[in-house]
Design a protein around this ligand. Structure first.
Ligand code: NDP
Length: 435
């Protein structure tokens, strides 16, 4: 902690991994005396830079940009860019650290990285977002490349922002390469990339439920967030027979006890992705639903909870309430949405709980598939990508079972994901020497 003052999120993420990985190292001589976890907790490189840009009124604005290149043991750095006013070094280091383990779990050759800026896209015009993205990429382009570091989207960075950044990279480098993932279909994107994180989260939940002879059919599902991950988690949960009843954003949540169907989901997609409105507008159209201001949806009784908004959005009291209300499965779609003490509650109650690094890995896995398609200069069909994604989620689940099953048969997915993710990166680091 002394080395990383004022970095609580980063310390939280490293502590969670250390708690399960250190006992594993102590039992396995091969991983001892090599400072492996210590090396993994030190970024290989961090860039911080100024992003000056001009707003529509002609005023100069300044934001701070970052790229954390965490670990390249098993492949080029890979991880998203986040544009949100809360972005700081602690949050990006936590995300880059998690990303290293997650990417390892995907079975694909990708190292860990993360970046972004403290820019708030809310209320900005398209032109302002474009000028910001161009200024951001003007600096970032010096540090990335298709064989070095391949960023993607994250909170506040979707198809629009990736397009503007890709255009700027190409203009600066005069190179048409797969330097970013999450691209539009007309310029090298992969089918199924937008769906991948949400779908993957539900495929993982399906796997967890299967270990107890359960499925999604007839289950009530509570989802937080209403962005990319939340929308597609809802879509897949619905298609597998679940009844989705909530969405949220940073202002509050809606609950629709009739269930959100395909038409209502299309409304939410249009509202959030095109109109860039607030989730509370849902109740203006679907008047039987209710809106709760300033709260998260965890007090709504459910069988399955999928936190898909942001870090530390589900606290210990929320976890206690979910368990009390009979929730049997919590699948993290966001990164670190549950606090450490909330996770303790789920593990003690022995309900199914998957950490984001396992259950939201479908997004980066499909980004890996986008990189493969770019290198092949060839596109797979949606069905081919979806099958590969489904196979990868099954394989991540299997790795968690191998490393996470406890003596009484309980599958501790936190332990399983941390150890399985660690082993591959650690083996690569050991074979590459002291680097
Ligand atoms: P989006 O920007 O599309 O959506 C984010 C959603 O979360 C919005 O509903 C937003 O509400 C809400 N939200 C954001 N910040 C906060 C906050 N501080 N408090 C409460 N709500 C908040 O992002 P994504 O859906 O892409 O990402 C969601 C999570 O999933 C993040 O943790 C991300 O790191 C993770 N993730 C995303 C992947 C991807 O492929 N997109 C891959 C793996 C993980 P509002 O509209 O009010 O801002």
């Amino acid at each position: 902690e002394g080395r990383n003052p004022n970095e609580p999120e980063f310390i939280q993420a490293v502590t969670e991994v250390a708690e399960t990985v250190i006992p594993f190292i102590e039992k396995n001589e091969k991983y001892q005396n090599a400072m492996l976890l210590e090396r993994m907790a030190e970024p290989e490189r961090v860039f911080m830079f100024r992003i000056p840009w001009m707003d529509d009124k002609g005023n100069i604005q300044i934001n701070r940009g970052y790229r954390v290149q965490m670990n390249s043991a098993i492949g080029p750095y890979k991880g998203g860019l986040r544009f949100h006013p809360s972005v700081n070094l602690s949050i990006l280091k936590f995300l880059a650290f998690e990303q290293t383990f997650k990417n390892s779990l995907t079975t694909l050759p990708m190292g860990g990285g993360k970046g972004g800026a403290d820019f708030n896209p809310k209320g900005k015009s398209d032109n302002e977002v474009m000028r910001f993205c161009q200024s951001f990429m003007t600096e970032l382009s010096k540090y990335i490349g298709p064989n070095t570091d391949v960023p993607a989207g994250d909170i506040g960075v979707g198809g629009r922002e990736i397009g503007y950044m890709f255009g700027q990279y190409k203009r600066l480098r005069d190179e048409f390469t797969g330097v970013l993932t999450g691209k539009g279909l007309s310029y090298g994107g992969s089918l199924m990339r937008p769906e991948a994180t949400g779908y993957g989260n539900v495929y993982f939940a399906e796997n967890m439920l299967k270990t107890r002879g359960e499925s999604l059919v007839g289950k009530t599902v509570v989802i937080s967030g209403s962005g990319n991950v939340a929308q597609f988690a809802a879509e897949k949960a619905m298609s597998l027979g679940g009844k989705v009843i909530t969405f949220s954003d940073s202002s509050g949540y809606i609950v629709d006890n009739h269930g959100i169907d395909t038409e209502k989901l299309e409304f939410v997609k249009e509202l959030k992705n095109v109109k860039r409105g607030r989730i509370k507008e849902y109740v203006d159209t679907y008047t039987s639903a209710t809106y709760v201001e300033g709260k998260t949806p965890w007090s709504v009784p459910c069988d399955i909870a999928l936190p898909c908004a942001t870090q530390n959005e589900l606290h210990v009291e929320d976890a206690e309430e979910l368990v009390k209300n009979g929730c049997i499965c919590v699948g993290e779609g966001a990164n670190m949405p549950c606090t450490a003490d909330a996770i303790e509650v789920f593990l003690e109650a022995k309900i199914l709980f998957s950490p984001g690094k396992a259950s939201n890995a479908g997004g980066v896995a499909t980004s890996g598939l986008e990189m493969s398609q770019n290198s092949l200069r060839f596109n797979w069909t949606a069905q081919e990508v979806d099958e590969k994604l489904h196979g990868i989620m099954n394989s991540i689940h299997e790795q968690c079972v191998i490393y996470g099953t406890e003596e009484d048969g309980f599958i501790n997915y936190v332990k399983g994901a941390n150890i399985a993710g660690f082993v591959k990166v650690a083996d690569a680091m050991l074979e590459q020497g002291v680097v």
